[in-house]
Design a protein around this ligand. Sequence first.
Ligand code: ATP
Length: 568
Amino acid sequence: MNELKHVLKLTLIEKKDVSIAIFFGFLAGIASVALMGSSGYLISKAALTSQMTTLVVMAACLKLFGFASALSRYGERLYSHRATFTMLSHLRVSFFERLTPLAPGIFGKYRSGDLLSRIVGDVESLQNFLLRVFYPPVVLSIVFLSTIFFSSFFSIGIALVMLIGMLLTVVIVPALFSIRKRKTVGQVRAMRGSLAVEATEFLYGFRDLKIHQQLGKKEQLLKKEADQYNEGQRKEGLEENLAQSINSLVALLVSFFVLGVGAYFVAAGELEGLYLAMLVMISIAAFENVAPMAAFPAYFEESRKAAVRLEEIVAVPGAAQGIEKLPDRPLEINLKEASFSYPGETALAVDGVSLQLKPGTKTAVVGPSGSGKSTLMQLLLNVFPVDQGQLSIGGKPVETLDQEAIWQEMNIVLQENHFFFGTIRSNLSIANPAASDEEMERTLAQVQLELFPLEMKVEEKGQNLSGGQKQRLAIARALLKGKSLWFLDEPVSSVDSVTGRAIYEELFRQGHNDTFVVISHDLVGLEKMDQIAVMENGRIVEIGSYNELMKKHSYFYQLKQIENSVFA
Ligand SMILES: Nc1ncnc2c1ncn2[C@@H]1O[C@H](COP(=O)(O)OP(=O)(O)OP(=O)(O)O)[C@@H](O)[C@H]1O
């Protein structure tokens, strides 16, 4: 139950709705018991007396109880569902708030299909928590205890039989099935996750699978996962039916027992015969209410597992979240002795790197593929917090700063940039919602996309744009944001060299007083940079201006020689 503490807390935020739902649930339950009890009493009374007034009063009571039961049931449904939807919205918000700071590292830990299945499926599963886990035992216990209390005025023996029946159907049988269920629910959930993983991979990789003639193989794998999941669900269904049947059987046996014990008490003169039918009918009605408890084990386990799986995602320490705003002056960025390895990896992607970015300077980071350039940039952006070392911005440790405020001051173009389904205008306006059409058109011209109309359609992930066009659109977004800290990770790698150079010229012209960090494979044009950091195996092996590095005749010089000889 500990695992569901957080969900329970969120449910009880709406105490009023939950209490009203319980109240109406109790009224509905007790009204149906009263309806059956009074009909039992009416039957006996009609057989034993010809007194019309009593019979008319009883018939009126029957109608009243029937009406009250239907009305209360409506109120119960209304308030319990309202409380459930409110709880779900609280759950989504609280989960999302905890997930956001972890987002950059989360894909290292979970595959996207699994993550999606957890976030959507598990949150949805918890909609049953109030309706089928928390609420039924509470309402049933109150209804039962009231019924037992009422019955005890007529026969303590029958009240005791009902109490035992209640313990069996509300507590013992559901608890036994919950223990059994613990084994199977986890498996089915894991199966659903692994099916979602395979389905996502299949959809994302469809083109490559087709090119490499692996579509059939992957389809078979997907089918196998689907079959396993179906089989798991089938077994789960059988288990639920078994729980339901056993609980109904116990409930029925208890009612028979009440009849038997009641008949014995009547024969022994300990109970007036007039009340026997009423007590039996009361017992039948009370145990009819017990039906939702048959589904309790399944829903309890499902909710528990869903809560555990959701907690697993967010219960990891994320980057420290500061609240301080950035100082209002040109910012110096300082990375000291920073080391970082990706979650689950032992090798250091960045190993003891120090880098100083003075305001208004231009820094290039170069080096072979896999040497840690992009990782270094992610550390400078505080997308990943450093494992060791320290990052400070404007003289303040990054942990003390508000992350959103940091990113607000940066123009960022990464290797992969996301484009949303919409238009060129809507994709540009995410960088600067206040930008006018003229500003957007001017920016498009700066990246040589002047032929793109602002209302041009952009498909999902920018599928209708070429690689180079996407990069230029990402640069246009950064230009439109107009901040003074630039972080560019191979921003023109898919653009032809002439256009690429012209774009760099434009960027440096617009941001001539700004701070730039540029990752580049292209070693041409680095003369303009104030410093060039050369990386290898996660370390900065050389740093200096173009002339300093060329004079050294060391690593950068050799790279330059190789580039010259290849392209000579
Ligand atoms: N998400 C990740 N999870 C685990 N390891 C990663 C991840 N991203 C990168 N790495 C590893 O970290 C190391 C540095 O990668 P990084 O992307 O920083 O190199 P890079 O110099 O930018 O390469 P490239 O020039 O090819 O873009 C590599 O060994 C890479 O395998």
